[in-house]
Design a protein around this ligand. Structure first.
Ligand code: ZN
Ligand code: ZN
Length: 54
C-alpha cells in the first residue's frame, strides 16, 4: 500500500483526492502535493534531496 503524504504541508493523501504527482526535477523522487497546496501553489520539499520548488 502506498502511504503518501503531501510534500508541501505533510497531510496524508486520501484516495480520490485531487492530488498531483510528479518527479523531483533534481533527483527523480516522487513528489506529491495535495489539492490545497496545488491551489495555493505551496512550496514542496523533496524528502530525498531537499530540493525546494514551487
Ligand atoms: Zn499539502
Ligand atoms: Zn529530489
Amino acid at each position: 500500500m502506498d502511504d503518501m503524504s503531501c510534500n508541501g504541508c505533510g497531510a496524508s493523501i486520501t484516495p480520490g483526492e485531487h492530488s498531483v504527482k510528479f518527479k523531483c526535477p533534481a533527483c527523480g523522487e516522487m513528489i506529491v502535493r495535495c489539492s490545497k497546496c496545488k491551489i495555493t501553489s505551496n512550496n514542496y520539499t523533496c524528502k530525498k534531496c531537499g530540493f525546494v520548488g514551487p
